[in-house]
Design a protein around this ligand. Structure first.
Ligand code: ZN
Length: 201
C-alpha cells in the first residue's frame, strides 16, 4: 500500500529503541511535510555519525577526530588535568555523561558496554578483558569506582568486577548515599548523583 522508500524508512526507524512501527509511520510523514533540505540535514548528520565519530580505544567513550586525524583518544583520556589515578566504571555512555554533568568527578572512565547477565555466555561483549589489560599497563591507577546502577544486574556486575579487580593493588569503591534501589545512573538527578559520587566507599 505504501511506496517502497517509505516502507523501507518505517522498517528501519521501527528498529530504533523506543520507537515502534506506529511512531515510525508518524516520523516518516512528519519528514514528508518538510522540504528536501530539511530532510537532507538529517541524512548528512547520520552520515557524519558514521564517518567522524570514533570509539576511544582506552575508555570506549566516543570522540571526533579534528586535527587531520591526530587524536587517538577521547577528550577525557587525553586531558592532562584529569586525575589518571581513578577510573569510574560505567555501564554505558549516557551514564558517563550524567556523571560529567555533576562536575564532581575528575578521574577517567571505562565504559563497560552493558551489565553482567545471570545467563551464562551473555557477557562476552563487555569490555572487561580490556579493563584488566588497561590496569596492567597503567600501574598509576589507585582507585576503581563501580559507578553502576542499583539494580540486580548492576549488583551482579559489581560483584563480578570485584572478583577480577581484587588481584590488583587498588581500592575498589561503589557509589554511596542517595542513589535509591532500582535507580539508573543515567536518570538519577544531578544532586543525588553528585552525593553518591562524593560519598563513595
Ligand atoms: Zn577515552
Amino acid at each position: 500500500m505504501l511506496p517502497y522508500s517509505l516502507t523501507k524508512f518505517i522498517e528501519l526507524f521501527a528498529k530504533i529503541p523506543g520507537i515502534g512501527p506506529r511512531q515510525a509511520h508518524r516520523i516518516a510523514f512528519w519528514f514528508l511535510r518538510h522540504d528536501k533540505n530539511f530532510i537532507y540535514t538529517y541524512g548528512f548528520t547520520l552520515k557524519d555519525l558514521a564517518d567522524k565519530i570514533h570509539v576511544c580505544p582506552q575508555c570506549f567513550f566516543v570522540f571526533e577526530q579534528t586535527n587531520a586525524g591526530a587524536e587517538t583518544l577521547c577528550t577525557i583520556c587525553r586531558n592532562p588535568s584529569r586525575d589518571n589515578t581513578r577510573i569510574a566504571i560505567v555501564e554505558k555512555e549516557t551514564d558517563l555523561i550524567s556523571i560529567e554533568k555533576t562536575k564532581k568527578y575528575n578521574g577517567l572512565y571505562h565504559v563497560l558496554g552493558g551489565l553482567f547477565s545471570p545467563i551464562e555466555g551473555n557477557n562476552h561483549e563487555l569490555k572487561l578483558p580490556e579493563l584488566v589489560q588497561r590496569l596492567r599497563i597503567n600501574p598509576q591507577t589507585q582507585e576503581v569506582i563501580l559507578a553502576l546502577s542499583h539494580t540486580a544486574e548492576g549488583d551482579l556486575t559489581s560483584m563480578e568486577l570485584e572478583k577480577v579487580l581484587k588481584n590488583f593493588p587498588i581500592a575498589i569503591t561503589r557509589l554511596g548515599l542517595g542513589l535509591p534501589r532500582g535507580a539508573d545512573v543515567e536518570f538519577a538527578d544531578e544532586d543525588t548523583l553528585a552525593n553518591a559520587i562524593l560519598s563513595r566507599r
